[in-house]
Design a protein around this ligand. Structure first.
Ligand code: PEP
Length: 253
């Protein structure tokens, strides 16, 4: 059975001392209770990546960025390249979070370029897809998700390791998570799409995470679903205790 992935997305939160305090505490917890069934990934703000990388050497904590440039290098003020992430020993990077799709108008075509940048630098992408409430209510959910998959992953080899995160936009930061059955139905659809467009073996090995108001109170039911391989978690991953509670639940799965 695949290990569950418990990925925290800190978004634009915490100061450096607060981040380091979190890394120290989580490292102590992993040292006292080594992970067997799950992997911990922390997707932190870019300025904290070097510190996070130093801390990851002390335990098997994995580190992720939250975004990457579609360009390799050059005059792109404010951007972070895949090579920069690689030089900070980053293992994973979120691509296409709904906040970037919405506030920064990131298209599937642009996200496709970002995925290739990451693969070139051996960083595993966490590719986010999700529908908004209006799309779900109008019956457009499946079309939206399959378009995000087809256009975002166009020509991209996911067999080298790509994580898909299904994050219904109406569930992100709202406290209103999808029910386990709703999430399972979508995850099954995604896995079927991967099976048809890549291969059944690749579909089986690919981690598909759920994101959207996941927390200690609902994670067990969500990750008990056959096609939910873990979570991408915002709010509930900001405090060490609640993050660790979710890791422990995944360890007991
Ligand atoms: C996210 O930002 O990826 C997310 C899922 O946030 P939250 O857990 O707070 O809904």
């Amino acid at each position: 059975m695949k290990k569950s992935i418990i990925a925290g997305n800190w978004k634009m939160n915490k100061t450096l001392p607060q981040a380091e305090d979190f890394f120290n505490q989580i490292n102590r917890k992993i040292k006292n209770a080594p992970l067997r069934q799950s992997s911990c990934i922390l997707c932190v703000p870019s300025p904290y990546l070097p510190s996070a990388s130093q801390h990851k050497l002390k335990s098997n904590l994995l580190i992720g960025g939250q975004d990457v440039s579609a360009h390799t290098d050059g005059a792109y003020t404010g951007e972070t390249s895949a090579q920069m992430l690689q030089s900070c020993s980053v293992d994973y990077c979120i691509v296409g979070h709904s906040e970037r799709r919405e506030y920064h108008h990131e298209s599937n075509a642009l996200l496709n370029k970002k995925l290739f940048q990451l693969q070139e630098c051996d960083i595993t992408p966490i590719y986010c897809i999700g529908e908004n409430l209006e799309q779900r209510e109008k019956g457009l959910m499946e079309k939206v998700l399959l378009t995000q998959l087809a256009e975002g992953l166009k020509g991209f080899d996911i067999s080298r390791g790509t994580i898909i995160a299904y994050e219904p936009i109406w569930a992100i930061g709202t406290g209103k998570a999808a029910t386990a059955q709703m999430a399972q139905d979508v995850h099954q659809l995604i896995r079927r799409w991967i099976s048809e467009n890549y291969s059944p073996a690749i579909a089986e090995q690919t981690h598909i995470l759920y994101g959207g108001s996941m927390k200690p109170a609902n994670i067990a039911e969500l990750i008990a679903q056959p096609d939910i391989d873990g979570g991408l978690i915002g709010g509930a991953a900001l405090e060490v205790e609640s993050y660790w509670e979710m890791v422990k639940i995944a360890e007991e799965k």
